[in-house]
Write a protein that binds this ligand. Structure first.
Ligand code: BGC
Length: 763
């Protein structure tokens, strides 16, 4: 690891940490060090304790007299599930004015895709392929959350997810480590906002460190059993990128990797993250996960669990109470453990200092700012802009879309989800309110005021009840066209919501079949938080618009796309499989000795009953326009260590509407000492293009980005040819080239974590 990178990582929480380092060089103890010296053992342990201040729906409800007494005694370091400028000011005052050492509390919440103004679910935001939009969304969320007294969010979730059965795929950026790393950095920057001393800075948490997304069978909390190479190349790069971007905190995953629960994984947490990557922020456990070490069967008692977690350098115990109740005895038994405790306390105090809480403990508690920020009109506007960027046009046979509102006399809006504001908000709603969410019905009604709108729920994804279908069919028959919203509801894709069947819920498919049978034109609008196996639907539906769960402005954003106010340009961040049995089926697969044969003639790696390709590939998404790729150029065909190759191409919007195009760069190392994936994303750019306009896009790639994890446990870049492709999806590659790496040399970092510089110029 280069020393400049180590330096950047150690300055984990920007600006102020650099001054901490200077202070220690000058041998002047920092404020955290001074405080630590004054602390009793109980006060030290208290800093490691995070308690739930309320339940999801009743924030602050647990802050009773006993809780205040605990704060006065210095027994709490942080609360989660609390909020509100005023209530949190009162609680903070107890900590700073009535406890012996006056250490401020950290207030936390899962502010994942918005606080009160809700943005699209993270998987949908990844579908924008526009990190700048993701950053803007995180900034708005931070502005609102910090106005409501919060210092810390448990986001971004940056777990790579290659198995759509996993319910938490909705919370992340999908299947790819490179896209995931870019979205991770964007969110860290957006939440923290650069200067952590600014009261609008919300400390980010990169979660769930390890390989939470790799649970076997897509079951939540399940064991991940994967090779060191896959861990290093696929699951860890977004975390490396987040560490490098200065994420103030990390959260360890609930699950184990090959039998080692991450909460107790000293080698991964203390070794890889802290020692090798140089990250020194606050590591929090997941909810009760230290106590769960007993269930994992790696310790016989709670004290043992606490020691394992502390030894792994997990600083804060979220809710489980193990540190609070059992650490004292463990330390008495072995005083050497005091050093580990002191380190954890110091890391927590440093974060508090870096947020400015010692000097201005009430800086986040301005009720006027809170009233101004929450659901501010410009926040709603930003949410609408990101929401329409997230929409993916999967299929548009006969160019049925966009609709012309002037030519339609009536539209039937069918499906229970079309009036379901709660589902639009999606998983992790923070303080989002369903009554403030624009449903599809409301969005269409507002966008087409002269059109007669007929609505019917038809069937609800939550149950098998289909008695509403005849009325829906009647509505479809009586209208010029039907917009059919079907899919999953918010509670079918989330934590602990893994599904063994990725098909549409049965009632939804039955509703769709009945509506198609009317023979009238139908536009299917999908709402869901994961890739679905919709081969049956795709055979019958001429048009499918993937709209995920788009947050507060859902209906308006969808209407913008339906009526052609905005040309869709979202791209799938994870492939849609043909059947559930075809998962995991990611594009960046190894070649194998019997590569898939598109003609299905030979015995190959594919299933006997299915083509190897997914229904809709990674990176797929159509547009109302068309694009031509031409004039591929390379700055060099031989790249030396430390050098770079600039790959540029012209993109022309050859259609007649303005639209974005997502230009994607994929690479392959065709001959290496270990198998390399058949394609790997290494660059992308969402480019705005007016009708007829062309632009030149240049990707600057370095050899470091071609490194792989060698059998000797190091990043290695091998000399030889590298092939690359530029295209509109992983299966729509438009231009191909290659260059050579001149020399074999060691790499320093996970290749997928490193950003490719992209420039766009007029052509
Ligand atoms: C989840 C975390 C979350 C925490 C606090 C856990 O169940 O796994 O992602 O941050 O709860 O709400």
């Amino acid at each position: 690891m280069s020393s400049s990178w180590r330096h950047a990582a150690v300055a984990s929480f920007v600006v102020v940490c650099l001054s901490c380092a200077n202070q220690s060089i000058a041998q002047t103890p920092s404020r955290p060090e001074v405080l630590l010296k004054k602390m009793t053992l109980d006060e030290k342990i208290g800093q490691l304790v995070q308690r739930a201040g309320g339940r999801q729906r009743a924030l602050n409800s647990r802050i009773d007299d006993a809780e205040l007494e605990r704060v006065r005694a210095g027994g709490v370091g942080s609360y989660l599930h609390v909020a509100g400028a005023e209530p949190l000011a009162k609680l903070q005052k107890v900590a700073v004015e009535e406890s012996r050492l006056g250490v401020p509390l950290l207030f936390a919440m899962d502010v994942v895709h918005g606080y009160r103004t809700i943005f699209p679910v993270p998987l949908a935001m990844a579908a924008t392929w526009a990190p700048e939009s993701e950053e803007r969304a995180a900034r708005v969320a931070a502005d609102e959350a910090t106005a409501a007294g919060l210092h810390w969010t448990f986001a971004p979730m940056i777990d790579v997810a290659r198995d759509a059965r996993w319910g938490r795929i909705v919370e992340g950026a999908g299947e790819d480590p490179y896209l995931g790393a870019r979205m991770a950095v964007a969110q860290v920057n957006g939440f923290q906002g650069g200067n952590t001393l600014r009261p609008g800075s919300l400390m980010a948490t990169a979660k769930h460190f390890g390989a939470y997304g790799a649970g076997i069978g897509g079951r939540d909390y399940n064991t991940a059993d994967l090779s060191e190479r896959t861990l290093q190349e696929v699951y860890l790069p977004p975390f490396y990128a987040a560490a490098r971007a200065g994420a103030g905190s990390f959260m360890v995953a609930f699950n184990d990797i090959a039998g080692v629960p991450t909460t107790a994984n000293r080698e991964l947490v203390r070794g890889t993250l802290r020692e090798r990557w140089g990250w020194q922020g606050l590591m929090v456990s997941d909810w009760g996960a230290i106590a769960e070490l007993l269930n994992h069967g790696v310790t016989a008692d709670r004290a043992g669990a606490g020691v394992l977690a502390l030894d792994a350098s997990v600083d804060m115990d979220m809710v489980g109470g193990v540190y609070a109740d059992d650490l004292r005895d463990a330390i008495a038994k072995d005083p050497a453990r005091l050093k580990l405790l002191d380190e954890a306390v110091l890391r927590i105090l440093r974060v508090k200092e870096q947020l400015g809480l010692f000097d201005k403990p009430l800086a986040y508690n301005d009720p006027d700012r809170e009233a101004r920020e929450l659901l501010a009109p410009e926040h709603r506007e930003a949410a609408r802009a990101v929401a329409r960027q997230s929409i993916v046009l999967l299929k548009n046979d006969g160019k049925l879309l966009p609709l012309n509102a002037d030519k339609l006399r009536s539209i039937a809006v069918i499906g229970a989800l079309a009036t379901d504001g709660r589902t639009m908000i999606g998983s992790w709603k923070a303080q989002g309110r369903e009554e403030e969410a624009v449903t599809l019905l409301a969005g269409i009604t507002a966008a087409a005021p002269k059109v007669r709108i007929i609505s019917a729920p038809g069937a609800d994804p939550r149950n098998a009840e289909v008695s509403g279908i005849p009325a829906a069919v009647k509505a479809a028959k009586s209208a010029d066209l039907t917009v059919l919203m079907i899919g999953e509801d918010y509670d079918q894709t989330a934590e602990a919501r893994s599904r063994s069947d990725l098909g549409l819920p049965s009632s939804q498919m039955e509703l769709a079949r009945s509506v198609f049978a009317t023979g009238k034109p139908v536009v299917v609008v999908l709402t869901n938080g994961r890739p679905l196996a919709i081969s049956g639907l795709a055979e019958q539906a001429p048009v499918i618009l993937e709209t995920w769960m788009l947050g507060t402005e859902s209906g308006n954003a969808i209407a913008d796309v339906l009526f052609g106010k905005y040309s869709p340009a979202g791209r799938l961040p994870a492939a849609f499989p043909r059947t559930t049995g075809a998962v995991p089926g990611y594009y960046a697969a190894n070649p194998t000795g019997r590569p898939a044969d598109p003609d299905l003639a030979k015995d190959t790696v594919r299933y006997h009953d299915l083509p190897i390709t997914p229904l809709y590939p990674f990176g797929h998404g159509l547009s109302y326009s068309e694009f031509r790729y031409s004039n591929l150029e390379l700055s060099t065909t031989m790249v030396d260590p430390g050098g770079r190759v600039d790959i540029s191409i012209s993109i022309e919007n050859s259609g007649n509407v303005a639209s974005d195009e997502v230009v994607q760069l994929y690479v392959r190392d065709p001959v290496a000492s270990v198998e390399r994936p058949v394609l790997e994303l290494r660059g992308f750019k969402r480019v705005e293009l007016g009708a007829g306009q062309h632009k030149r896009v240049t990707f600057s790639l370095t050899p470091e980005q071609l490194a792989f994890w060698s059998p000797r446990g190091q990043w290695l870049i091998e000399a030889g040819r590298i092939d690359f492709w530029i295209g509109a999806s992983s299966a729509d590659l438009r231009a191909k080239g290659s260059f050579e790496i001149s020399k074999t040399h060691a790499g320093t970092a996970p290749a997928a974590a490193l950003p490719t510089r992209v420039t766009v110029s007029n052509d």
